[in-house]
Ligand binder design. Structure first.
Ligand code: FDA
Length: 501
């Protein structure tokens, strides 16, 4: 254990001596500390008094600042937590659960997006948001896009390194399935590209969670083709209108529909909301729906035609005329606390069980679930081709969401853990799988051994749920090669596994 520099003064001196400009370093006594800390926080639970905060926040403007910081951090025993978009569901990019001297490296200023239209590729910096990527790509060519999540303020750094589920994953896979190259600052402060980092590290950062292996500064991605106009729709059905039957059928139907079509479902207020994105015209969608899913009753009046980039705003609660510039808006609201959990479903849940599940989504404390269908490309990539193991045979992902107002206590209401407990018989088991980007500390937290590194056994408890047994072991072996001293760590970072053979 190393607490020699718990005030961080030597670390700060080292940063200054390395040439990191002092204006990029905001310490706790600075008047702008709170505003800098909260700038990309999404969940005010982790701003509550008593939260373990960083000694300082550094906002690097070039890669050498990051390299210098790693060298200084290791020399003076100050850990670094990296923040790209700040959307971590447990706030691990900017707070520590246990007392610890750490600095936050906030990459918000490293946010360039450079599109090569002819090659259909882009280099995107980790500090950019998903919305910025969508906007810049669509401006360069409206028939190019990228498969990633819907909320425009999600940061590229965390999102890509944990996977990236989105409405085009059935057609094109996860965000991380479309990464061609990346640059990473490793635990020795070296800046490495794909060739220099080697196969295992390049494998690990594409879905194994970013925080464990280094600081990913930028990503080269393959852009994907989309038609000039796409079709979206939203159909809401109550239980009286047959929501239970529809969700029951949806489970096995949607994963085998053409990959151009995704229908995700929100279950809330005892209703099911079916949100559709079709990479094609209403004229083609309607016959498909009436032959495959007539019960949903989709008609021409349900079809909205718009550009793909506009559909990203529409599907995130906007309209067909929301200005595209809203994709660049990074302001976030801090008016509610939240807690999230996740599951994967491999076998359709029976109608009788859905009848019992729906009533959970009723009443003041109830939240919602989002069901995201898999199949298509996301399901056809091998379980161990990337760290994301939830591939063939997975029907859909469930995300559980609970929101409650900030004038109440920050303690997590019972509802979300109770409904998660109730769902156990219906979802994947041995282990009960979860998605690393829907981070959930209820799954387990690391323990640090007397040797000062995270124990592999404590990591397995949560890690095999996110990555499966074999992938978690490969991640830990990779960690053992690139960061055996466990410099980059948090409560759910991959522990280093070093074997003699
Ligand atoms: P943040 O900066 O908080 O980082 C998350 C983790 O990654 C931290 O451990 C951090 O240290 C590490 N990290 C960040 N940048 C790094 C870097 N450059 N190098 C190394 N490590 C780095 N997910 C999804 O798949 N599909 C979706 O549709 C959504 N939707 C969604 C909506 C909303 C409102 C929220 C709050 C979250 C989502 N998510 C999501 C989850 C999201 O993908 C997940 O929280 C990402 O990790 C967020 O990435 P950020 O960079 O914003 O997070």
């Amino acid at each position: 254990p190393t607490t020699a520099d718990s005030t961080g003064e030597d670390f700060l001196r080292c940063l200054a001596a390395s040439g990191v400009p002092s204006k990029l370093v905001v310490t706790q006594d600075s008047p702008s500390f709170t505003s800098t800390l909260t700038s990309s926080v999404r969940n005010p639970r982790f701003l509550e008094p008593g939260t373990v905060r960083p000694l300082c926040i550094v906002t690097p403007t070039n890669s050498s600042h990051v390299q210098d910081a790693v060298v200084c951090g290791r020399r003076h025993n100050i850990r670094i937590r990296v923040r790209s978009g700040g959307h971590d569901y447990e706030g691990l990019s900017y707070r520590s659960v246990r007392p610890e001297a750490f600095a936050v490296f906030d990459l918000a200023a490293l946010r360039a997006v450079r599109v090569d239209r002819v090659a259909a590729t882009a280099w995107v910096d980790s500090g950019a948001t998903v919305g910025e990527l969508y906007y810049v790509v669509a401006k360069a060519d409206p028939e190019l896009a990228f498969p990633a999540g819907l909320c425009p303020t999600i940061g590229i750094g965390g999102h890509f390194s944990g996977g990236g589920i989105g409405m085009m994953m059935r057609k094109y896979g996860l965000s991380s399935d479309n990464v061609l190259d990346a640059t990473v600052v490793d635990a020795n402060g070296r800046l490495l590209d794909k060739k220099a980092m080697g196969e295992d590290l390049f494998w690990a950062i594409r879905g194994g969670g970013g925080e464990s292996f280094g600081i990913v500064l930028s990503w080269k991605v393959m852009l994907v083709a989309v038609p000039r106009t796409v079709t979206v729709s939203l159909i809401v059905k109550s239980m009286e209108q047959g929501a239970v039957d529809l969700v029951t059928k949806w489970q096995t139907l949607v994963p085998v529909l053409p990959d151009e079509l995704t229908i995700r479902v929100f279950v809330q207020d005892k209703q099911a909301r079916f949100q559709t994105l079709y990479l094609g015209t209403c004229d083609k969608l309607l016959p498909l729906m009436s032959s495959q899913f007539p019960e949903l009753g989709m008609t021409r009046a349900d079809c909205q035609k718009m550009s793909w980039v506009q559909s990203m705003l529409y599907l995130n609660g906007g309209t067909g005329s929301t200005p595209l510039e809203d994709l660049l808006n990074k302001t976030t609201s801090l008016t509610s606390f939240s807690k999230y959990k996740s599951d994967y479903v491999n076998q359709a849940i029976s109608k009788a069980s859905w009848e019992k599940i729906f009533p959970w989504f009723d009443g003041a404390d109830a939240g919602l679930i989002i069901l995201e269908p898999q199949g298509g490309r996301v399901g056809s990539i091998g379980d161990d081709d990337t760290p994301y193991p939830h591939r063939a045979g997975v029907l859909y992902n469930i995300q559980y969401i609970s929101f409650w107002p900030t004038n109440a206590t920050a303690a997590v209401p019972d509802w979300i853990r109770n409904v998660y407990g109730f769902m156990e018989p219906f979802v994947s088991c041995n282990p009960r799988a979860a998605y690393v980007n829907y981070r959930d500390l209820d799954l387990g937290e690391n323990e640090v051994t007397a040797g000062g590194v995270t124990s592999y056994e404590s990591g397995r408890v949560w890690g095999e749920k996110y990555f499966g047994v074999a992938n978690f072991r490969r991640l830990a072996l990779t960690k053992g090669m690139v960061d055996p001293g466990d410099y980059f760590r948090n409560e759910q970072s991959v522990p280093p596994l070093v074997t003699s053979n």
